[in-house]
Design a protein around this ligand. Structure first.
Ligand SMILES: NC(=O)c1ccc[n+]([C@@H]2O[C@H](COP(=O)([O-])OP(=O)(O)OC[C@H]3O[C@@H](n4cnc5c(N)ncnc54)[C@H](OP(=O)(O)O)[C@@H]3O)[C@@H](O)[C@H]2O)c1
Length: 359
């Protein structure tokens, strides 16, 4: 496999730090450029993240002294020295959309963590184990943007990665309706307890825009590509409530589900145990061996115990049982900055690399 030079846009943020950590030892991708806002530009990476480094491991040696560039002003220079960029920025939607399109039009593919382009019908929103075939829409997007190799691909919101993976293998039974309540970690807001002390011993029953994303995005993930456009699925009906909880990392979902053809508990567990996606079949470097793991213990999955399953790329499930209003209920968990953000983003980039999109 060829080695690719990559840039990380938003490298100083919570997701950016995870990306930098994951990429520092990556077998295919090599960090060539780090970029962030004008506030960080011109500083060494170590200085730019001083006082806000939130990873469990030290800042990787290979990036410590790298000078951070300005993602907007230095875009042309950045695009000319990398094969593609990862992008995880905290800017308003219009500015994020414009920044990502700018890189794509500079013929630099963008692997995005941001929501700004997720709703665009020719921008694939990929969970690599679930909808790798949506990559087909890139051809139509390139036509729209007038590019040869530049395009944008997004990963989905972190909240849905705690329950859509568990529901996906069950779609063959005709899921009719889903109710999901998510209990989301504070790193999902780019924070830790030091920087968000109000979250200690607290719960906030509101995460702006999250319920809308949690209800809409699964329908794009389960959509079909027709004439270069991703046409959203029309079912199942999904309703959600998203709460911020005092957990550092790991989004948990309490899920209720009904089916057209109700499977047995054993059939559901078998589907989860046997499910493999394209990353497992292709042996991509960041692919977990087991995408889904079911715990029989009644008190699992737990955020603290299980979020790092399969290096934070596995999804844990437990407490499957019949429900009085829906057919079944269960609990599932995924690491929000690994599977739900940086790790999922790197896995998506590996899928594009394996299919030759960065050559
Ligand atoms: N945290 C999660 O679990 C998670 C999960 C999925 C998706 N996401 C998405 O990932 C993105 C980043 O989230 P985060 O939690 O990492 O945010 P964050 O910690 O607030 O970091 C934001 C990053 O954006 C940069 N930035 C801000 N304004 C900029 C500008 N004008 N030009 C270039 N860079 C700019 C910041 O640079 P400076 O340091 O220079 O200000 C920083 O590097 C968001 O779109 C978020 O919705 C986050």
């Amino acid at each position: 496999m060829k080695n690719y030079k990559v840039g990380v846009i938003g490298a100083t943020g919570m997701v950016g730090q995870r990306l930098v950590t994951l990429l520092s030892n990556h077998p295919w991708f090599h960090i060539e450029v780090l970029a962030a806002s004008g506030k960080s530009a011109g500083k060494t990476y170590e200085n730019a993240v001083s006082g806000r480094w939130a990873m469990e491991t030290e800042i990787p040696e290979n990036v410590r002294e790298m000078v951070v560039l300005d993602a907007e002003k230095d875009a042309e220079g950045i695009a000319s020295v990398v094969d593609f960029v990862f992008c995880a920025v905290n800017m308003d939607k219009a500015a994020t959309k414009a920044l990502e399109e700018k890189y794509a039009k500079l013929e630099c593919p963008v692997m995005s963590n941001n929501s700004a382009n997720r709703g665009v019908s020719d921008v694939p929103m990929i969970i690599p184990e679930i909808n790798p075939e949506h990559i087909e829409a890139v051809a139509a997007q390139k036509k729209r943007l007038g590019t040869k190799r530049g395009f944008i691909s997004a990963k989905s919101n972190c909240s849905i990665q705690s329950y859509v993976p568990a529901l996906h293998p069950l779609m063959k039974f005709g899921i009719t309706k889903v109710l999901a309540c998510t209990y989301q970690a504070i790193s999902g807001a780019g924070k830790n307890f030091e920087r968000w002390p109000e979250m200690v011993d607290n719960l906030i029953p509101y995460i702006g825009g999250e319920e809308e994303k949690s209800e809409k995005e699964p329908l794009k993930i389960w959509g079909k590509v027709e004439n270069g456009e991703i046409i959203n699925a029309v079912s199942p009906a999904i309703t959600t409530q998203c709460l911020r909880v005092p957990v550092s990392d790991g989004h948990t979902a309490a899920v209720f589900v009904s089916f057209e053809n109700k499977p047995s508990v054993e059939e559901i567990k078998k589907c989860w145990a046997e499910y493999k996606g394209e990353p497992q079949l292709l042996g991509l470097p960041s692919a977990p061996e087991h995408f889904l793991t079911y715990f029989e213990e009644p008190d699992r999955p737990q955020a603290k115990l299980d979020r790092n399953l399969e290096k934070g790329m596995g999804v844990s499930i437990g407490r499957l049982r019949p429900d009085s209003q829906y057919d079944y209920k269960f609990v599932s968990l995924s690491h929000n900055t690994l599977r739900g953000a940086a790790g999922g983003n790197v896995l998506m980039a590996e899928l594009y690399a394996a299919k030759g999109y960065f050559d």
